[in-house]
Design a protein around this ligand. Structure first.
Ligand SMILES: NC(=O)c1ccc[n+]([C@@H]2O[C@H](COP(=O)([O-])OP(=O)(O)OC[C@H]3O[C@@H](n4cnc5c(N)ncnc54)[C@H](O)[C@@H]3O)[C@@H](O)[C@H]2O)c1
Length: 382
């Protein structure tokens, strides 16, 4: 294969947000786009100057694309990824990786079958690339938090408008995001903490608030899953796509023996840390109200610990979708293809992020019973 890489997008709404990122890389171009909605397809192809457009996915797979970005609705991620790999294409899939355990099995089988051919699969969990999240990871690696044992992630985003089409018919989000109870869309919240812990979830417990705002949906307004990791740490994930309120899509917190982090919650709040290295006031408190610990803005740690990728991001990164994260993702999959290495979020990592949400559906249906999370590295799950 020549070093030149042609990218094809499937799903003409989310797909094009990667265009600037790919086009900023030497020898990479976005040459094809596919969507079942012919009018929208034509307008997006024109807007993003993508030369080849396809209503039929199979036809795009027969064209000269090398990498397919699967940015269609969630239920199509696995079938379209499997088809692309079988057609000899690399795949970058949107979140979540799959909507069922059976789909996870199919995906792993297809990726393993394509591996000897050098084909790559990556899931584009963009929240793991966010500036604060990579900074926290680098601080964890430097030992600033000591031994870490607790984290939180929240995706609270009222997207009720996206649950119905203009004619009142339900959209795919009605079925696959709020049509199933549990933390089904949990990868944005779980991905970054799992990267900090650098491990997997062993067991999940999930409970919900009951149905209040849009009770016609299967999903309860807020669902919380407690994820026990393989080392025994605890990660608390809240997913809410229904409640009436301003959004908090990327809230995280972390606690270790030597420090803690809390993200911003809006209204002037800033991400903040307390670290043992700051020192603390007297621990012999004169009054119950005296707090020996003091927060500092997370920003103060950037000079020392911000990874290179975020120090001087090229203008293309700043311009790319989702605060630059779509540029870094595009770079990672292209690097993996060109260097024949495993992408950062390969199929197993993608399922580490995705499976706890699927198992949370089982736990909540069982009234909050703990449910074991399959690890596909050790073979297929019965
Ligand atoms: N990572 C992120 O931050 C982020 C943000 C938004 C969406 N997403 C993900 O991207 C995906 C798409 O979301 P969206 O907001 O663009 O959805 P959307 O409903 O706005 O758009 C989906 C598009 O896919 C097209 N489509 C539907 N079925 C298709 C098929 N079988 N083949 C080809 N095209 C098809 C539709 O016509 C539509 O244009 C979802 O999986 C979503 O979870 C991720």
């Amino acid at each position: 294969m020549s070093d030149r890489i042609n990218v094809g997008l499937v799903g003409a709404r989310r797909g094009p947000s990667f265009v600037d990122g790919f086009r900023a890389i030497d020898g990479v171009d976005v040459t094809a786009i596919c969507d079942i909605n012919a009018d929208f397809l034509a307008s997006q192809a024109g807007r993003f100057e993508i030369p080849n457009s396809f209503v039929e996915y199979d036809e795009m797979l027969q064209s000269d694309v090398d990498l397919v970005v699967v940015a269609s609705p969630m239920q199509f991620h696995v079938p379209q990824s499997v088809e692309a790999l079988a057609a000899g294409k690399h795949v970058m899939s949107e979140v979540t990786a799959a909507i069922s355990v059976e789909q996870c099995q199919e995906l792993v089988a297809a990726v393993e079958k394509a591996r000897p051919l050098g084909l790559k699969y990556m899931m584009s969990e963009n929240f793991t690339y966010m500036r604060h999240n990579v900074l926290i990871k680098s601080m964890v690696e430097a030992g600033l938090f000591g031994d870490i044992y607790y984290a939180e992630g929240q995706y609270v985003h009222d997207i009720k408008d996206l649950h119905y089409n203009a004619d009142g018919s339900p959209t795919w989000r009605s079925r696959w995001q709020v049509g199933v109870n549990g933390c089904s869309y949990g990868t944005h919240s779980l991905g970054p903490p799992l990267e900090w812990f650098d491990e997997q979830v062993d067991t999940v417990v999930c409970l919900g608030t009951g149905r209040h705002t849009a009770p016609q949906h299967e999903a309860e307004d807020s669902t919380t899953m407690l994820c026990k990791t393989t080392s025994g740490a605890l990660i608390e994930i809240r997913v809410d796509m229904l409640s009436n309120r301003p959004h908090t899509m990327a809230y995280y917190a972390l606690q270790g023996t030597k420090g803690c982090f809390e993200g911003a919650r809006g209204l002037g709040d800033v991400p903040k840390v307390w670290l043992d290295r700051f020192g603390s006031g007297s621990t012999s408190r004169e009054t119950i109200d005296t707090d020996p610990y003091e927060w500092r803005p997370l920003e103060d740690l950037e000079n020392e610990f911000l990874p290179e990728m975020w120090r001087n991001p090229p203008p293309e990164a700043i311009a790319a979708g989702h605060g630059g994260t779509d540029y870094f993702i595009a770079n990672d999959i292209i690097d993996a293809i060109r260097n024949n290495t495993d992408p950062r979020i390969d199929v197993y990592r993608a399922l580490d992020f995705t499976m706890p949400g699927l198992m949370s559906q089982k736990s909540i249906a069982l009234g909050g019973e703990p449910v074991k999370v399959p690890d596909f590295r050790s073979g297929f799950w019965d």
